[in-house]
Design a protein around this ligand. Structure first.
Ligand code: CO
Length: 137
């Protein structure tokens, strides 16, 4: 597979309105985009830092995976997203190599990107996302 950089780091927060000012007023970053992703039951807020982004994730429902994450582990780093040239083939290759997949097919994520997740049990505890412009299929 061809991964080019860390596209974003996903951070689970209870409340975007409370978390955004830390990134803006303390770290000096600018929130350039807020978007709800119904598929994942989250509201996201984005900040750019170099070629990487910070993606804050606030759960929008009690059964949101991010709500469950916060319940278990508290707020904090939730996932690491690699920019993939071809999300579909990256998922397929990981699956072929024995990695447990959460998504066997890409699905729509924030910012119009295709995304797919690898299971943290197969990735040494890090929920790993591939994301990119096209599904390649
Ligand atoms: Co993400």
């Amino acid at each position: 597979m061809e991964l080019t950089h860390i596209e974003h780091i996903g951070i689970a927060v209870k409340n975007l309105e409370e978390a955004i000012p830390f990134y803006e007023n303390v770290l000096g970053l600018k929130c350039y985009h807020v978007e709800e992703v119904p598929d994942q039951k989250v509201k996201t807020a984005f900040f750019r830092i170099g070629s990487t982004k910070i993606e804050l994730l606030e759960p929008t429902a009690p059964d949101s995976p991010v709500a469950k994450f916060i319940e278990k582990k508290g707020e904090g780093v939730h996932h690491l997203a690699f920019a993939a040239k071809d999300v579909h083939s990256a998922l397929q290759e990981a699956g072929d190599k024995g990695v447990r997949l959460i998504d066997s097919q890409p699905r729509p994520g924030a910012e119009g990107l295709q995304i797919g997740f690898l299971h943290p049990r197969s990735t040494f505890g890090v929920l790993t996302e591939f994301c990119g412009e096209s599904s390649g299929s």
